[in-house]
Design a binder for this molecule. Structure first.
Ligand SMILES: Nc1ncnc2c1ncn2[C@@H]1O[C@H](COP(=O)(O)OP(=O)(O)OP(=O)(O)O)[C@@H](O)[C@H]1O
Length: 657
């Protein structure tokens, strides 16, 4: 069929229904991959508790290996919030994965690594959990005055930040109309950062802060925005000694009062009061592979330039981990338990190693002085290791310790935490060396979180201690139908050919040097316009690296499109959004047809773009349009992407060949 010919074939709604039915018949019958839960290493303390909860979840679900449904309200989430989510967001029962995720978050015994299909409900489960906990904290403390930021959600783009903020806002407004939603949750946006920061300085930080790394670095880098950390053990000591605190410091006093009040309300004894101290306890990283954006291993230049100029995401996470005192815990896990880098161990004198082993074995009994000693030992060990070992290891240590000194310095030095930790020192208990890894839970999620990212996080100490893994084998859900159209020349469009067919016709060799990328974009845009007209979806997302240009070109073909950046304001007017992969990562647009223009660079990029359709088990359709020639031999690239993702593309029936 001819590109312009498609234009002429305007189908009616009924025709679309028929086409769609046909497409659905071809939908591959892959069942969702079973969720695997695994622990890095067996836990000793508190193990029975979390195990029991998971056992209950399993029993309730009947079969741990399948996505059986559970009630969110039975998972300990706030009932009113769950009711609002059912009413406003159409949330039904939780999937087994969501039940596991909610339990892992509310128990907070481990870090959590989630690699689940796109649209499987990761973000909404996390949001409901952290909102429920924020409401609980508020009820315990009784005022926003002393409630600090307890969850930071790092997102890859402003659209996802807005979406999560909006979900949270509508839920709070429906469930708790008297609470100021903006104090509970706020999305930070670089365009409004000054105004938002002023609000935070005046009223205090929101309990849940959502934003891109840069916005969050800007926000928490401000000395007047407090980011306190939850320090169970330290606080336990402090609360016991609360009468002895001879500090006129208002902040410490406030915290003490809030802590005691919360505990008294619950009728708890002093030793448990620390559980009601409220501060940063959870760092959630959405689309962690985007945040890390690991450079290609085979390109040393890229690695070097990343070292010189680290991404904001890393600056943020490293700074938070440092502030939360995870670094000394990292020392233990690296040196004693994981032994990931033997260089550390080798660098230590024998007696130091024994000393550390002894200390780490008696964790519960450790005093703040022990922690200080441990931290000092760790520093000496790292210094020694840096001096002794090869340049690669040296680079690694530098990455750990000094890499983005200037940025991080600005972050940490100006941060109110430093000031606060100095105040803590007045109590002879430096903040950073007394916190355990459990005081900050790290939750990393992505459908395309692969082994290199996991290894990187381990090696760089982002996950000291234990982790719960929620692993699915596939990144793309089985309920999506995939099609690929190839533009042969200006007047012909055909379906992707199998490799054998292509060899027969020898089309791969048709390299069209003279073809300009610009002209290709115009052709693909025309094909996209025709596909949208033909399939008449409720919504569509068209992907291309050239967002603004494509909005214009689609307009010339009579398609009223808008950039996904404006999706929240213009939802009603423009059912067609244009996006690139980065802008739409993690974004949820209901029932969208996905059209991808040009072959994606990697299978992960394809999986993420395709995953904007077929959300939470609904049927979805993805049509990729590629030019036949071009630099990358787009057709064969698409074939290899499909084969790597184990996808069988289906011929689009509206195209003859
Ligand atoms: N239990 C549920 N019942 C009904 N709908 C649900 C349920 N859980 C999630 N959804 C819906 O599924 C859609 C996708 O959810 P969400 O954005 O949380 O998925 P995700 O796994 O984070 O996706 P991605 O990997 O693309 O970021 C949302 O529209 C959400 O409302």
């Amino acid at each position: 069929m001819n590109v312009s010919g498609l234009l002429a074939r305007r189908s009616t709604l009924a025709a679309f229904a028929q086409t769609h039915k046909r497409l659905l018949l071809h939908t591959s019958s892959r069942v969702p991959a079973p969720t695997q839960i695994s622990r890095q290493s067996p836990r000793t303390r508190d193990e029975p508790k979390s195990r029991n909860v998971l056992k209950q979840v399993r029993e309730a679900s009947g079969n741990a290996q399948r996505f059986k449904k559970l009630l969110f309200s039975r998972l300990g989430l706030d009932h009113k919030l769950v009711a609002a989510a059912t009413e406003l967001l159409g949330l039904r029962q939780a999937s087994y994965m969501q039940a596991q995720l909610v339990q892992a978050l509310t128990d907070a015994q481990n870090h959590v690594v989630v690699r689940q299909e796109t649209g499987s409900g990761k973000s909404i489960a996390v949001l409901l959990s952290v909102l429920s906990m924020a409401i609980r904290d508020y009820e315990q403390v009784g005022s926003f005055e002393t409630l600090m930021c307890n969850t930071v959600i790092v997102v890859p783009n402003p659209v996802l930040a807005m979406q999560l903020e909006e979900w949270a806002r509508v839920l709070i407004e429906r469930a708790y109309p008297d609470l100021p939603a903006v104090r509970l949750v706020q999305g930070f946006d670089i365009e409004r950062i000054e105004e938002q920061r002023a609000r935070v300085v005046e009223h205090g930080p929101p309990v849940i802060a959502i934003g891109q790394p840069r916005e969050l670095v800007e926000l928490f880098g401000d000395p007047s925005v407090p980011l306190s950390v939850r320090v169970p053990k330290l606080m336990r000591g402090l609360v016991r000694d609360v009468q002895r605190v001879e500090s006129n410091d208002e902040w410490v006093q406030k915290m003490m009062r809030a802590t005691s009040k919360g505990a008294k309300k619950k009728g708890l004894d002093n030793s448990k009061q620390s559980d009601y101290y409220v501060g940063l306890r959870r760092l959630v990283i959405e689309e962690v592979d985007t945040l890390l954006d690991l450079p290609n291993r085979r390109r040393p230049h890229g690695i070097e330039s990343r070292r010189r100029k680290p991404r904001y995401g890393r600056v943020l996470v490293d700074a938070i981990l440092e502030v939360c005192g995870v670094t000394p815990v990292l020392a233990r896990s690296l040196l004693v338990r994981e032994k990931l880098n033997p260089a550390y161990v080798k660098a230590l004198p024998v007696e130091t190693d024994a000393e550390m082993l002894e200390m780490s074995g008696s964790d519960e009994l450790m005093t703040s002085r022990d922690h200080q000693r441990l931290a000092a030992v760790f520093r000496r060990a790292v210094e020694k290791a840096i001096n002794r070992n090869s340049s690669v290891q040296k680079a690694d240590h530098q990455t750990l310790g000094q890499q983005h000194r200037s940025k991080r310095k600005a972050f940490v030095d100006t941060d109110a935490i430093v000031e606060r930790s100095a105040k803590m020192r007045a109590l002879d208990d430096p903040l950073c060396s007394t916190v355990t890894g459990e005081s900050l839970q790290l939750v990393v999620m992505s459908a395309t979180l692969n082994k290199p990212e996991r290894e990187w996080m381990k090696l760089h100490g982002w996950m000291p201690g234990h982790e719960v893994r929620l692993d699915a084998r596939m990144a793309v859900p089985g309920n999506i139908t995939h099609h690929c159209l190839v533009i042969e020349d200006q007047s012909r469009v055909r379906n992707l050919r199998l490799k054998s067919e292509a060899q027969k016709k020898n089309v791969e060799s048709e390299w069209r040097e003279e073809e300009q990328p610009q002209a290709e974009l115009f052709q693909m845009a025309e094909a996209a316009a025709n596909i949208i007209r033909e399939l008449q979806p409720t919504r569509a997302i068209v992907f291309s690296p050239h967002v603004d240009k494509l909005v214009y070109v689609l307009g010339t073909h009579g398609i009223n499109a808008t950039s996904i950046k404006n999706s929240r304001q213009k939802m009603a007017q423009a059912p067609v959004y244009v996006a690139n992969e980065a802008l739409a990562r993690g974004v949820d647009v209901a029932d969208a047809l996905v059209v991808i223009l040009g072959a994606p660079q990697t299978p992960d990029q394809y999986a993420q773009m395709a995953g904007r359709s077929g959300r939470f088990g609904r049927a979805g359709t993805v049509v990729t349009v590629v030019p036949m020639g071009g630099e990358s031999f787009a057709e064969s690239k698409m074939r290899s992407i499909y084969s790597l993702l184990k996808i069988t593309p289906i011929k689009l029936s509206i195209v003859d060949e």
